[in-house]
Write a protein that binds this ligand. Structure first.
Ligand SMILES: [Zn+2]
Length: 142
């Protein structure tokens, strides 16, 4: 089953791009950014739901086996699903934190605010006085 194209952001160079992902081993969406970086995107909804259903079934079975006095282990499938869900969570967090390198809207960009130091050879007290004045001015209401 081919996956639909998605709008992705490269996790390495943060370039926004549109690509058709392929499935990785555990069902993650694999993409390649225009610069050639490999990008991993989270599970699709269907996979995530299937994983949670399976983990619930395995959990019920483990509880049932444990209740009958035996030692229950999740098995390879259960371990793989747990790894898949944990990685999915990590990738989703990572993807959610991504922001494109250049935004068209020109949003607020963090500008380093540094006081001009070298243009005046005067005393440093003048500079600190100015800073104090600024603070006082901003503290006034209105
Ligand atoms: Zn890239």
């Amino acid at each position: 089953m081919a996956l639909p194209e998605i709008n992705a952001i490269c996790t390495t160079c943060r370039t926004p791009f549109c690509g058709r992902p392929t499935r990785s081993f555990l069902g993650f969406q694999k993409l390649t950014c225009p610069a050639g970086h490999r990008v991993l995107y989270p599970l699709t909804r269907g996979y995530r739901i299937a994983y949670w259903v399976l983990i619930a079934l395995i959990g019920v079975r483990i509880v049932a086996i444990a209740a009958s006095g035996h030692i229950a282990v999740p098995g390879i499938l259960g371990i793989l699903i747990i790894i898949g869900l944990v990685s999915d969570r990590k990738i989703r967090k990572q993807v959610a934190a991504l922001t494109p390198a250049q935004s068209k809207t020109g949003g607020p960009q963090p500008r380093p605010q540094q006081p001009l130091r070298s243009d005046r050879p005067g005393s440093p007290t003048g500079l600190s006085n100015r800073g104090g004045e600024n603070q006082r001015r901003s503290a006034l209401p209105g």
